[in-house]
Design a protein around this ligand. Structure first.
Ligand code: SUG
Length: 446
Protein backbone atom coordinates (compact mmCIF):
# COMPACT_ATOMS: atom_id res chain seq x y z
CA UNK A 1 0.00 0.00 0.00
CA UNK A 2 1.28 3.46 -0.87
CA UNK A 3 2.68 5.56 1.98
CA UNK A 4 3.62 9.22 2.35
CA UNK A 5 5.45 11.20 4.99
CA UNK A 6 3.25 13.46 7.09
CA UNK A 7 4.78 16.23 9.15
CA UNK A 8 3.09 17.05 12.46
CA UNK A 9 4.10 20.53 13.58
CA UNK A 10 3.76 21.71 17.15
CA UNK A 11 1.41 24.63 17.47
CA UNK A 12 3.26 27.28 19.51
CA UNK A 13 1.60 27.73 22.90
CA UNK A 14 0.50 31.05 24.46
CA UNK A 15 3.39 31.09 26.98
CA UNK A 16 6.21 31.16 24.40
CA UNK A 17 9.04 33.09 26.09
CA UNK A 18 12.80 33.37 26.42
CA UNK A 19 13.90 32.04 29.80
CA UNK A 20 17.36 30.77 28.83
CA UNK A 21 16.55 27.27 30.05
CA UNK A 22 18.65 25.19 27.66
CA UNK A 23 22.33 25.13 28.52
CA UNK A 24 24.18 23.85 25.44
CA UNK A 25 21.66 25.49 23.10
CA UNK A 26 23.42 28.70 22.10
CA UNK A 27 20.34 30.62 20.90
CA UNK A 28 18.37 29.88 24.07
CA UNK A 29 21.18 31.28 26.21
CA UNK A 30 21.87 34.28 23.95
CA UNK A 31 18.26 35.43 24.03
CA UNK A 32 17.66 34.83 27.72
CA UNK A 33 15.32 37.43 29.23
CA UNK A 34 14.45 39.12 25.97
CA UNK A 35 10.79 39.85 25.28
CA UNK A 36 8.94 37.25 23.21
CA UNK A 37 5.94 37.65 20.95
CA UNK A 38 3.81 34.50 21.34
CA UNK A 39 1.25 35.70 18.79
CA UNK A 40 3.89 36.22 16.11
CA UNK A 41 5.54 32.90 17.02
CA UNK A 42 2.30 30.96 16.60
CA UNK A 43 1.47 32.74 13.34
CA UNK A 44 4.94 32.08 11.89
CA UNK A 45 4.45 28.38 12.63
CA UNK A 46 0.94 28.35 11.18
CA UNK A 47 2.15 30.01 7.97
CA UNK A 48 4.80 27.33 7.47
CA UNK A 49 2.20 24.59 7.97
CA UNK A 50 -0.26 26.27 5.63
CA UNK A 51 2.26 26.82 2.86
CA UNK A 52 3.45 23.21 3.00
CA UNK A 53 -0.16 21.97 2.97
CA UNK A 54 -0.80 24.22 -0.05
CA UNK A 55 2.17 22.58 -1.80
CA UNK A 56 0.48 19.20 -1.40
CA UNK A 57 2.29 17.83 1.66
CA UNK A 58 0.39 16.01 4.42
CA UNK A 59 0.58 18.52 7.22
CA UNK A 60 -0.67 17.64 10.69
CA UNK A 61 -0.78 19.62 13.91
CA UNK A 62 0.06 18.66 17.50
CA UNK A 63 -1.60 20.81 20.16
CA UNK A 64 0.42 22.79 22.72
CA UNK A 65 0.60 21.56 26.31
CA UNK A 66 -0.99 23.16 29.33
CA UNK A 67 1.35 25.78 30.77
CA UNK A 68 2.23 26.85 33.33
CA UNK A 69 2.22 23.28 34.60
CA UNK A 70 0.59 23.59 38.00
CA UNK A 71 1.10 19.85 38.32
CA UNK A 72 4.89 20.32 38.31
CA UNK A 73 4.69 23.14 40.85
CA UNK A 74 2.50 21.01 43.15
CA UNK A 75 5.00 18.15 42.81
CA UNK A 76 7.71 20.57 43.87
CA UNK A 77 5.85 21.35 47.10
CA UNK A 78 3.88 24.50 46.36
CA UNK A 79 0.40 24.34 47.89
CA UNK A 80 -2.88 26.28 47.64
CA UNK A 81 -5.22 27.11 44.80
CA UNK A 82 -3.75 27.12 41.30
CA UNK A 83 -3.50 30.92 41.40
CA UNK A 84 -1.80 30.85 44.81
CA UNK A 85 0.67 28.27 43.60
CA UNK A 86 1.69 30.39 40.61
CA UNK A 87 2.00 33.48 42.82
CA UNK A 88 4.13 31.61 45.39
CA UNK A 89 6.41 30.10 42.78
CA UNK A 90 6.85 33.51 41.15
CA UNK A 91 7.99 34.95 44.46
CA UNK A 92 10.02 32.08 45.90
CA UNK A 93 11.45 30.29 42.84
CA UNK A 94 10.96 32.18 39.56
CA UNK A 95 13.30 29.72 37.81
CA UNK A 96 10.91 26.87 38.61
CA UNK A 97 7.95 28.90 37.38
CA UNK A 98 9.89 29.53 34.15
CA UNK A 99 10.49 25.78 33.72
CA UNK A 100 6.81 25.12 34.41
CA UNK A 101 5.79 27.76 31.86
CA UNK A 102 7.96 26.93 28.84
CA UNK A 103 6.15 26.40 25.54
CA UNK A 104 8.91 23.95 24.53
CA UNK A 105 6.50 21.20 23.44
CA UNK A 106 6.25 23.21 20.18
CA UNK A 107 9.49 21.49 19.06
CA UNK A 108 7.80 18.23 18.17
CA UNK A 109 10.96 16.73 16.66
CA UNK A 110 11.61 15.98 20.33
CA UNK A 111 8.12 14.66 21.05
CA UNK A 112 8.83 11.06 20.08
CA UNK A 113 10.70 8.66 17.84
CA UNK A 114 8.46 7.17 15.17
CA UNK A 115 8.96 3.96 13.20
CA UNK A 116 6.71 3.35 10.19
CA UNK A 117 4.78 0.08 9.92
CA UNK A 118 7.00 -1.13 7.05
CA UNK A 119 9.94 -1.35 9.49
CA UNK A 120 8.38 -2.86 12.63
CA UNK A 121 7.99 -6.54 13.57
CA UNK A 122 4.24 -6.30 14.29
CA UNK A 123 3.40 -4.13 11.29
CA UNK A 124 2.13 -1.21 13.41
CA UNK A 125 3.44 2.36 13.47
CA UNK A 126 5.39 2.71 16.73
CA UNK A 127 5.77 5.92 18.75
CA UNK A 128 8.11 6.28 21.74
CA UNK A 129 7.54 9.63 23.46
CA UNK A 130 10.94 11.03 24.47
CA UNK A 131 11.68 11.43 28.19
CA UNK A 132 13.70 14.63 27.52
CA UNK A 133 15.22 14.08 30.96
CA UNK A 134 18.22 16.33 30.46
CA UNK A 135 16.19 19.53 31.06
CA UNK A 136 13.53 20.03 33.71
CA UNK A 137 11.27 22.16 31.48
CA UNK A 138 11.27 19.42 28.84
CA UNK A 139 11.12 16.39 31.15
CA UNK A 140 7.52 17.35 31.97
CA UNK A 141 6.36 16.95 28.36
CA UNK A 142 6.20 13.21 27.74
CA UNK A 143 3.06 12.38 29.71
CA UNK A 144 0.94 14.88 27.81
CA UNK A 145 2.70 13.97 24.57
CA UNK A 146 1.68 10.35 25.01
CA UNK A 147 -1.89 11.42 25.73
CA UNK A 148 -2.02 13.63 22.63
CA UNK A 149 -0.50 10.93 20.40
CA UNK A 150 -2.96 8.35 21.72
CA UNK A 151 -5.84 10.75 21.06
CA UNK A 152 -4.70 11.27 17.46
CA UNK A 153 -3.39 7.79 16.60
CA UNK A 154 -6.22 5.93 18.32
CA UNK A 155 -6.49 2.67 16.45
CA UNK A 156 -4.44 0.16 18.44
CA UNK A 157 -4.49 -2.31 15.56
CA UNK A 158 -2.47 0.18 13.54
CA UNK A 159 -0.59 2.27 16.11
CA UNK A 160 1.47 1.52 19.25
CA UNK A 161 2.14 4.54 21.47
CA UNK A 162 4.63 3.50 24.16
CA UNK A 163 5.41 5.13 27.47
CA UNK A 164 8.60 7.16 27.59
CA UNK A 165 11.76 5.38 28.74
CA UNK A 166 12.69 5.85 32.41
CA UNK A 167 13.92 9.43 32.82
CA UNK A 168 17.43 8.77 34.06
CA UNK A 169 20.81 9.88 32.64
CA UNK A 170 21.62 6.42 31.20
CA UNK A 171 18.46 6.59 29.10
CA UNK A 172 18.44 10.23 27.99
CA UNK A 173 16.17 10.31 24.95
CA UNK A 174 15.40 13.34 22.76
CA UNK A 175 13.25 11.63 20.16
CA UNK A 176 13.22 12.13 16.42
CA UNK A 177 15.75 14.99 16.55
CA UNK A 178 18.36 12.21 16.67
CA UNK A 179 16.65 9.79 14.30
CA UNK A 180 16.33 9.62 10.52
CA UNK A 181 14.90 7.00 8.22
CA UNK A 182 16.25 6.20 4.78
CA UNK A 183 14.30 4.35 2.13
CA UNK A 184 13.63 4.12 -1.56
CA UNK A 185 9.87 4.67 -1.40
CA UNK A 186 8.16 5.52 1.89
CA UNK A 187 6.13 2.30 1.80
CA UNK A 188 9.29 0.17 1.45
CA UNK A 189 11.21 -1.22 4.39
CA UNK A 190 13.74 1.41 5.38
CA UNK A 191 16.96 1.80 7.34
CA UNK A 192 16.55 3.63 10.63
CA UNK A 193 19.48 5.77 11.67
CA UNK A 194 19.97 6.65 15.37
CA UNK A 195 22.54 9.23 16.48
CA UNK A 196 23.66 9.47 20.11
CA UNK A 197 26.00 11.80 22.01
CA UNK A 198 27.22 9.45 24.73
CA UNK A 199 26.98 5.96 26.12
CA UNK A 200 26.55 5.00 29.75
CA UNK A 201 28.36 1.68 29.34
CA UNK A 202 30.60 1.91 26.28
CA UNK A 203 33.71 4.01 26.06
CA UNK A 204 34.01 6.67 23.41
CA UNK A 205 34.75 10.37 22.91
CA UNK A 206 32.37 12.64 24.82
CA UNK A 207 31.81 16.41 24.80
CA UNK A 208 33.72 18.38 27.44
CA UNK A 209 31.71 21.57 27.59
CA UNK A 210 28.06 20.95 26.88
CA UNK A 211 25.89 17.98 27.81
CA UNK A 212 25.20 15.13 25.38
CA UNK A 213 21.47 14.64 25.67
CA UNK A 214 20.96 11.34 23.82
CA UNK A 215 22.46 8.03 24.91
CA UNK A 216 23.21 4.92 22.88
CA UNK A 217 21.27 2.87 25.44
CA UNK A 218 18.13 4.94 24.87
CA UNK A 219 18.45 4.68 21.08
CA UNK A 220 18.90 0.91 21.27
CA UNK A 221 15.94 0.54 23.63
CA UNK A 222 13.70 2.47 21.25
CA UNK A 223 14.80 0.31 18.30
CA UNK A 224 14.17 -2.84 20.37
CA UNK A 225 10.67 -1.82 21.50
CA UNK A 226 9.73 -0.84 17.96
CA UNK A 227 10.76 -4.29 16.74
CA UNK A 228 13.36 -3.05 14.25
CA UNK A 229 15.77 -5.51 12.66
CA UNK A 230 19.50 -5.19 13.39
CA UNK A 231 20.21 -5.57 9.69
CA UNK A 232 18.25 -2.40 9.01
CA UNK A 233 19.36 -0.11 11.85
CA UNK A 234 22.49 1.99 12.20
CA UNK A 235 23.73 3.66 15.41
CA UNK A 236 26.27 6.47 15.08
CA UNK A 237 28.07 8.61 17.61
CA UNK A 238 27.78 12.35 17.20
CA UNK A 239 31.03 14.28 16.90
CA UNK A 240 31.62 15.55 20.49
CA UNK A 241 33.30 18.73 19.21
CA UNK A 242 30.11 19.59 17.37
CA UNK A 243 28.10 19.18 20.59
CA UNK A 244 30.59 21.48 22.31
CA UNK A 245 30.05 24.04 19.54
CA UNK A 246 26.28 24.07 20.16
CA UNK A 247 25.00 21.09 18.14
CA UNK A 248 22.77 19.83 20.95
CA UNK A 249 20.75 17.53 18.67
CA UNK A 250 21.80 15.72 15.51
CA UNK A 251 19.17 17.65 13.54
CA UNK A 252 21.32 20.77 13.98
CA UNK A 253 23.99 19.18 11.76
CA UNK A 254 22.27 16.59 9.55
CA UNK A 255 18.94 15.89 7.90
CA UNK A 256 17.82 12.93 5.82
CA UNK A 257 14.95 12.10 3.52
CA UNK A 258 14.25 9.12 1.25
CA UNK A 259 17.77 8.08 0.18
CA UNK A 260 19.46 11.47 0.72
CA UNK A 261 21.62 12.38 3.72
CA UNK A 262 22.44 16.09 3.85
CA UNK A 263 25.04 16.71 6.54
CA UNK A 264 28.12 18.57 7.61
CA UNK A 265 31.49 16.86 7.16
CA UNK A 266 32.07 17.00 10.94
CA UNK A 267 28.73 15.52 12.02
CA UNK A 268 29.74 12.03 13.21
CA UNK A 269 32.64 10.13 14.74
CA UNK A 270 34.18 7.92 12.02
CA UNK A 271 32.01 9.53 9.39
CA UNK A 272 33.15 7.45 6.41
CA UNK A 273 32.38 4.20 8.29
CA UNK A 274 28.92 5.56 9.10
CA UNK A 275 28.26 6.24 5.40
CA UNK A 276 29.51 2.76 4.54
CA UNK A 277 27.25 1.00 7.04
CA UNK A 278 24.27 3.03 5.82
CA UNK A 279 25.16 2.16 2.22
CA UNK A 280 25.43 -1.58 2.87
CA UNK A 281 22.19 -1.75 4.87
CA UNK A 282 20.29 0.48 2.47
CA UNK A 283 21.41 -1.68 -0.46
CA UNK A 284 19.61 -4.61 1.19
CA UNK A 285 16.52 -2.42 1.26
CA UNK A 286 16.96 -1.92 -2.49
CA UNK A 287 18.30 1.62 -2.51
CA UNK A 288 21.49 3.56 -3.01
CA UNK A 289 22.57 6.33 -0.61
CA UNK A 290 22.96 9.90 -1.82
CA UNK A 291 25.26 11.81 0.56
CA UNK A 292 25.38 15.60 0.23
CA UNK A 293 28.25 16.52 2.52
CA UNK A 294 28.93 20.17 3.30
CA UNK A 295 32.65 20.85 3.81
CA UNK A 296 33.95 22.95 6.69
CA UNK A 297 35.75 25.12 4.13
CA UNK A 298 32.34 26.24 2.79
CA UNK A 299 30.34 26.35 6.05
CA UNK A 300 31.96 26.02 9.48
CA UNK A 301 30.11 24.50 12.45
CA UNK A 302 29.51 27.95 14.03
CA UNK A 303 27.80 29.06 10.78
CA UNK A 304 25.73 25.88 10.78
CA UNK A 305 24.67 26.58 14.38
CA UNK A 306 23.68 30.22 13.87
CA UNK A 307 22.02 29.74 10.47
CA UNK A 308 20.44 26.33 11.20
CA UNK A 309 21.23 25.22 7.63
CA UNK A 310 20.83 21.56 8.62
CA UNK A 311 17.77 22.11 10.76
CA UNK A 312 15.95 22.21 7.48
CA UNK A 313 13.18 19.99 6.23
CA UNK A 314 14.08 17.91 3.23
CA UNK A 315 10.80 16.90 1.60
CA UNK A 316 9.84 14.85 -1.46
CA UNK A 317 7.21 16.54 -3.58
CA UNK A 318 4.62 14.37 -5.33
CA UNK A 319 6.48 14.90 -8.61
CA UNK A 320 9.54 13.28 -7.03
CA UNK A 321 11.58 16.49 -6.68
CA UNK A 322 13.14 17.25 -3.30
CA UNK A 323 12.85 20.64 -1.64
CA UNK A 324 14.75 22.06 1.29
CA UNK A 325 12.87 24.26 3.79
CA UNK A 326 15.30 26.61 5.54
CA UNK A 327 14.95 29.46 8.04
CA UNK A 328 15.67 32.98 6.81
CA UNK A 329 18.80 33.09 8.99
CA UNK A 330 20.37 30.96 6.20
CA UNK A 331 19.89 33.84 3.76
CA UNK A 332 21.37 36.31 6.24
CA UNK A 333 24.63 34.36 6.57
CA UNK A 334 26.72 35.11 3.44
CA UNK A 335 28.62 31.78 3.47
CA UNK A 336 25.48 29.72 3.94
CA UNK A 337 23.59 31.78 1.34
CA UNK A 338 26.42 31.25 -1.16
CA UNK A 339 26.43 27.51 -0.43
CA UNK A 340 22.66 27.29 -0.97
CA UNK A 341 22.91 29.21 -4.25
CA UNK A 342 25.20 26.51 -5.59
CA UNK A 343 23.26 23.57 -4.16
CA UNK A 344 20.16 23.33 -6.32
CA UNK A 345 19.84 20.62 -8.92
CA UNK A 346 22.64 18.50 -10.33
CA UNK A 347 24.27 15.89 -8.13
CA UNK A 348 22.66 17.04 -4.91
CA UNK A 349 19.16 15.88 -5.89
CA UNK A 350 17.91 18.90 -3.99
CA UNK A 351 15.84 20.79 -6.50
CA UNK A 352 14.52 23.84 -4.71
CA UNK A 353 15.01 25.83 -1.52
CA UNK A 354 12.15 27.57 0.31
CA UNK A 355 12.86 30.18 2.98
CA UNK A 356 10.67 30.80 6.04
CA UNK A 357 10.55 33.43 8.76
CA UNK A 358 10.55 31.45 12.03
CA UNK A 359 12.43 34.09 13.99
CA UNK A 360 10.55 33.67 17.27
CA UNK A 361 11.25 29.94 17.45
CA UNK A 362 14.80 30.33 16.13
CA UNK A 363 15.62 32.64 19.06
CA UNK A 364 15.09 29.60 21.30
CA UNK A 365 17.12 27.31 19.04
CA UNK A 366 14.18 25.82 17.14
CA UNK A 367 14.25 25.81 13.32
CA UNK A 368 11.94 24.29 10.69
CA UNK A 369 12.96 20.69 11.49
CA UNK A 370 12.60 21.13 15.27
CA UNK A 371 9.01 22.20 14.77
CA UNK A 372 7.92 19.00 13.06
CA UNK A 373 7.49 15.30 13.86
CA UNK A 374 7.66 13.04 10.83
CA UNK A 375 5.13 10.24 10.65
CA UNK A 376 5.19 7.98 7.59
CA UNK A 377 1.65 6.65 7.08
CA UNK A 378 0.16 4.35 4.49
CA UNK A 379 -3.22 5.25 3.04
CA UNK A 380 -5.24 3.20 5.53
CA UNK A 381 -3.28 4.55 8.52
CA UNK A 382 -3.72 8.12 7.32
CA UNK A 383 -7.46 7.68 6.88
CA UNK A 384 -7.79 6.42 10.45
CA UNK A 385 -6.49 9.76 11.81
CA UNK A 386 -9.22 12.31 12.70
CA UNK A 387 -9.77 15.11 10.20
CA UNK A 388 -9.37 17.91 12.77
CA UNK A 389 -5.57 17.60 12.93
CA UNK A 390 -4.87 18.06 9.20
CA UNK A 391 -4.02 21.55 8.00
CA UNK A 392 -6.25 22.97 5.28
CA UNK A 393 -7.78 26.36 4.39
CA UNK A 394 -10.63 26.08 6.89
CA UNK A 395 -8.47 24.91 9.80
CA UNK A 396 -5.88 27.57 9.04
CA UNK A 397 -8.57 30.27 9.14
CA UNK A 398 -9.93 28.99 12.45
CA UNK A 399 -6.52 28.62 14.10
CA UNK A 400 -5.30 31.99 12.89
CA UNK A 401 -8.41 33.65 14.36
CA UNK A 402 -7.98 31.62 17.56
CA UNK A 403 -4.38 32.85 17.94
CA UNK A 404 -5.44 36.42 17.19
CA UNK A 405 -8.09 36.23 19.92
CA UNK A 406 -6.16 34.51 22.70
CA UNK A 407 -2.43 35.22 22.37
CA UNK A 408 -0.42 38.13 23.74
CA UNK A 409 2.02 39.96 21.50
CA UNK A 410 4.50 40.56 24.32
CA UNK A 411 5.70 38.20 27.01
CA UNK A 412 8.74 38.76 29.19
CA UNK A 413 10.02 36.32 31.85
CA UNK A 414 8.57 38.66 34.52
CA UNK A 415 5.13 38.36 32.92
CA UNK A 416 5.10 34.67 33.83
CA UNK A 417 4.24 35.81 37.38
CA UNK A 418 0.89 37.10 36.13
CA UNK A 419 -1.69 34.55 37.36
CA UNK A 420 -4.07 35.79 34.69
CA UNK A 421 -1.85 34.04 32.11
CA UNK A 422 -2.91 30.64 33.48
CA UNK A 423 -6.59 31.44 32.89
CA UNK A 424 -5.90 32.85 29.44
CA UNK A 425 -4.07 29.66 28.46
CA UNK A 426 -6.79 27.36 29.78
CA UNK A 427 -9.53 29.29 27.99
CA UNK A 428 -7.53 29.12 24.76
CA UNK A 429 -6.70 25.40 25.03
CA UNK A 430 -10.27 24.48 25.91
CA UNK A 431 -11.44 26.13 22.69
CA UNK A 432 -8.60 24.48 20.75
CA UNK A 433 -9.68 20.94 21.69
CA UNK A 434 -13.05 21.76 20.15
CA UNK A 435 -11.53 23.23 16.98
CA UNK A 436 -9.29 20.17 16.52
CA UNK A 437 -11.94 17.71 17.77
CA UNK A 438 -9.43 15.80 19.88
CA UNK A 439 -11.48 15.41 23.08
CA UNK A 440 -10.56 16.60 26.58
CA UNK A 441 -6.82 15.91 26.69
CA UNK A 442 -5.81 18.50 29.31
CA UNK A 443 -5.71 18.00 33.10
CA UNK A 444 -7.80 21.11 33.72
CA UNK A 445 -10.58 19.65 31.54
CA UNK A 446 -10.86 16.47 33.59
O1 SUG B 1 15.38 21.67 23.81
N1 SUG B 1 14.81 25.10 23.33
C1 SUG B 1 14.72 23.74 22.83
C2 SUG B 1 14.95 23.73 21.34
C3 SUG B 1 14.68 22.37 20.76
C4 SUG B 1 15.10 22.25 19.34
N2 SUG B 1 14.80 20.97 18.85
C5 SUG B 1 15.51 20.30 17.94
N3 SUG B 1 16.75 20.64 17.62
N4 SUG B 1 14.98 19.26 17.42
C6 SUG B 1 15.72 22.82 23.52
O2 SUG B 1 16.85 23.25 23.77
C7 SUG B 1 14.58 26.85 25.01
C8 SUG B 1 13.58 27.30 26.04
C9 SUG B 1 14.01 28.52 26.78
O3 SUG B 1 15.20 28.77 26.98
O4 SUG B 1 13.10 29.28 27.24
C10 SUG B 1 14.40 25.41 24.56
O5 SUG B 1 13.91 24.60 25.31
Amino acid sequence: MKATEANFDGLVGPTHNYAGLSYGNVASRNNEKSVANPKAAAKQGLRKMKQLADLGFDQGILPPQERPSVRLLRDLGFVGTDAEIVARAAKEAPELLAAASSASSMWTANAATVSPSADTSDGRVHFSPANLCSKLHRAIEHDSTRRALRAIFRDEKRFAVHNALEGTPALGDEGAANHTRFCSKYEDKGVEFFVYGRSEFQRGPEPQRYPARQTLEASRAVARRHGLEDGYTVFARQNPDAIDAGVFHNDVIAVGNANTLFCHEQAFVDQKAVYEELRVKLAKAGSGLNVVEVPTSAVGIPDAVTSYLFNSQLLSRRDGKQILIVPQECRENPRVAAYLDGLKGGDSHIDDVLVFDLRESMKNGGGPACLRLRVVLNDAERLSVGLGVWMNDTLFGRLDAWVEKHYRDRLSPEDLADVQLLNECRTALDELTQIMAIGSIYDFQR
